[in-house]
Design a protein around this ligand. Sequence first.
Ligand code: GRF
Length: 203
Amino acid sequence: MLSGTGRTLDNLLAACRDGTLPARIVLVIASRPCRGAEIARAAGIETLVIPGVIPASELERILRQRDIAWVALAGYLHWVDIPPAYRGRVVNIHPALLPRFGGRGMYGLRVHQAVLQAGETVSGCTVHLCDEIYDHGPIVLQQSCPVLPDDTPRSLAQRVFELERRAYPQALRQLILGQTGPDTPSSTGSQPALAGESGTSPP
Ligand code: GRF
């Protein structure tokens, strides 16, 4: 699910191609027409543009219809009304070290601005399972990088995104292979894959 540039989608597509991520992306939901949606369509991925908050029942219908097992947020700027069946199956990446510098309205350069204003010397990224609170839920993986004295929000954003390129595929891989997470495939007995790899069952 995305709303913007599609850098994260691009990265996940590359990770699926090179085998780092044992998954197939079968659907992209964009909250508005954006470059991410264009990238998805160009890659031959079914793409739905759905503005606003998607009711949980509707989201569940969309996901189940396509046998989707995992949902990866990739710069999605809307609230996700998580269907009960997909609790522990919606994953997000945030460009800071949660629990700090997260929450409603904390996205894009605002996050890095806040980190710089607070005088932090370390920042990073966090991959977490989503729950009913913005940027909240069990942490799957965190990676950190230095904040340099002459950093601007943009330079810091770039450094953090370089971390994200490795961290997101790695965390999703762990989840899919059942090596981490509170509701892992090993504990449910199913073999889910990101966005419905064929032959897998939805939760
Ligand atoms: C990244 O900073 C990520 O941490 C956040 O959204 C940004 C990616 O958006 N969740 P995009 O792929 O550049 O649209």
